[in-house]
Design a protein around this ligand. Structure first.
Ligand code: TMP
Length: 232
């Protein structure tokens, strides 16, 4: 199929040049601290891309495959000190390996686009900066576990810590282990996500998440229009 046909079929503007991608599908991740609205934005993004004729899969981390969802339960509930940083990072990477091999790669190979709520950047921010492991040991683990597999685009949602924690507390779904890690921890997270976005501007876009969901969605669609020529 020519790129113009592909463009028409997928809702991408005719004439837009698709970015080179290692697979026919594309892998988009959403990142950010607690209460930044990632899950809402992931849903809105999946719906918007489906409406443009793209075959979409929504996923999340920790989780996204049956085994990884079981590991999720060990991570998101219980006492904040339940795991030390390295045990916790290993659990996240075990879940991620299963998720990538059984869910994400097969979907991309089938030409689907995958939108995932969190991925490796969350480990770098939460375990690396929040829990103090530093980025380097985690990047070594990353290479061992998933090689050079990486998102095509990462949307980093940025919000003041107080505002995010207030939104997260209002959710009250029992998955609050990380929310209870203290305000300092969450400040380190915000800083870490901002640094990740600034350090890899080709892959990442920093999105101001302070507005209402429609405004934030508008900013995300504007990013996809600018980078990939997708009609906003
Ligand atoms: P969620 O609340 O966005 O569903 O994510 C679950 C929690 O897991 C969230 O508080 C962040 C945390 N987390 C990490 O600490 N490291 C990771 O690698 C991932 C993917 C999530």
């Amino acid at each position: 199929m020519s790129s113009a046909d592909w463009g028409r079929r997928s809702g991408i503007w005719p004439g837009a040049r698709p970015i080179p991608s290692p697979t026919p599908g594309r892998f988009i991740t959403l990142e950010g601290g607690e209460g930044t609205g990632k899950s809402t934005q992931a849903e809105l993004l999946v719906a918007a891309l489906k409406a443009r004729g793209i075959d979409m899969l929504a996923s999340r981390e920790p989780g996204g495959s049956p085994g990884a969802e079981e590991i999720r339960a060990l991570l998101v509930s219980g006492e904040p000190g339940r795991w030390d940083g390295m045990s916790e990072a290993l659990l996240h990477f075990a879940a991620r390996r299963d998720h990538v091999e059984r869910t994400i790669r097969p979907a991309l190979r089938a030409g689907r686009w995958v939108v995932c709520d969190r991925f490796v950047d969350s480990t770098i921010a939460y375990q690396g900066q929040g829990q103090g492991l530093g980025a380097e040991p985690l990047k070594t683990l990353q290479r061992l576990v998933i090689g050079d597999f990486a998102p095509d685009l990462t949307l980093v949602l940025d919000l003041a810590v107080e505002q995010g924690l207030a939104r997260a507390a209002a959710r009250g779904n029992g998955e609050d282990r990380y929310e209870r890690m203290g305000e300092d921890f969450h400040r380190r997270l915000r800083q870490a996500f901002r640094e990740i976005a600034a350090g890899d501007p080709e892959r990442c876009a920093l999105i101001d998440a302070a507005g209402d969901p429609a405004a934030v969605h508008g900013a995300i669609m504007a990013t996809l229009a600018e980078r990939w020529g997708i009609a906003p």
